[in-house]
Design a protein around this ligand. Structure first.
Ligand code: ADP
Ligand code: MG
Length: 238
């Protein structure tokens, strides 16, 4: 089985390499080069046709580009980053031994829990370890679980607390950073906290930033955290 999986990954890598994000005609998730576990997770969750922001962001993000996605609330931004997160770790053959691969930052506990629930649904056939870091439990309890996680969904304050106080917490292997609801992150006054988190992370990484609105503060955050980003802005049909 292991040999077949390895062959599948090689084939998938080739398909992603051949994907031209500027010529996407993909309407359904099935039109994209996705792994079997992701395809099955989407199907089991009854997701078939992509929303606009998904159709634009996912091909770019699969190819490793930094992206700034601006689209109103309810446009499907969660899957626009969760699918690339799962796929990019899968194609890197990420295992429990590789440590933290992806950090997803959300402004509030409630939104973090929502993201985590979607991740558990569409990611159900993957074998990554995913965790929530949103406080509410003792720091010690969270500390013990942190080291085993491949994907973390967190709130800014709690994450920085761990970076400062959890000696064993290693972010040096991180591949992707996702900043969700960047406008709210900034409105809630988390700018310096997020800046400090980003400072701790490897420079060689992929960053995806999502926002419902494009504000000055969001572009400030984008300038500090993204590298040569692709801008994807989805407007409502007139
Ligand atoms: P946003 O983060 O942009 O506010 P969400 O990711 O929370 O949007 O998605 C909003 C709603 O749309 C959710 O109920 C989600 O399940 C649904 N949704 C997202 N993508 C799809 C899709 N491709 N097909 C059908 N429903 C979707
Ligand atoms: Mg959202």
């Amino acid at each position: 089985k292991r040999k077949r999986d390895a062959e599948d990954v090689v084939a998938l890598e080739q398909q992603v390499a051949n994907l031209d994000p500027r010529e996407v005609s993909a309407k359904d998730f099935a039109d994209l080069p996705l792994s079997q576990p992701t395809a099955s997770g989407l199907e089991a969750s009854h997701f078939k046709t992509m929303t606009d922001v998904q159709a634009k962001v996912i091909p770019l993000a699969l190819k490793g580009a930094d992206c700034l996605g601006a689209a109103k609330t309810g446009s499907g931004k969660t899957l626009a980053f969760l699918i690339p997160v799962l796929e990019n770790l899968y194609r890197k053959r990420w295992t429990s031994m590789d440590g933290l691969g992806v950090l997803i930052i959300s402004p509030t506990r409630e939104l973090a829990i929502q993201i985590f629930d979607v991740l558990r649904k569409v990611g159900r056939y993957h074998s990554f370890a995913a965790g929530l870091v949103i406080g509410g439990k003792s720091l010690r309890e969270e500390q013990e679980r942190l080291g085993r996680m491949n994907i973390l969904v967190c709130t800014p304050g709690r994450m920085l607390q761990h970076m400062d106080q959890t000696a064993s917490f290693d972010v040096n292997n991180l591949q992707m950073l996702v900043l969700d609801e960047a406008d709210r992150i900034m409105d809630m006054g988390f700018q310096t906290t997020v800046d400090a988190i980003v400072e701790h992370l490897p420079k060689e990484r992929q960053t995806l930033l999502f926002s419902a609105t494009q504000t000055r503060k969001v572009s400030d955050l984008a300038r500090l955290s993204l590298r040569e980003p692709e801008y994807v802005s989805v407007h409502e049909a007139a």
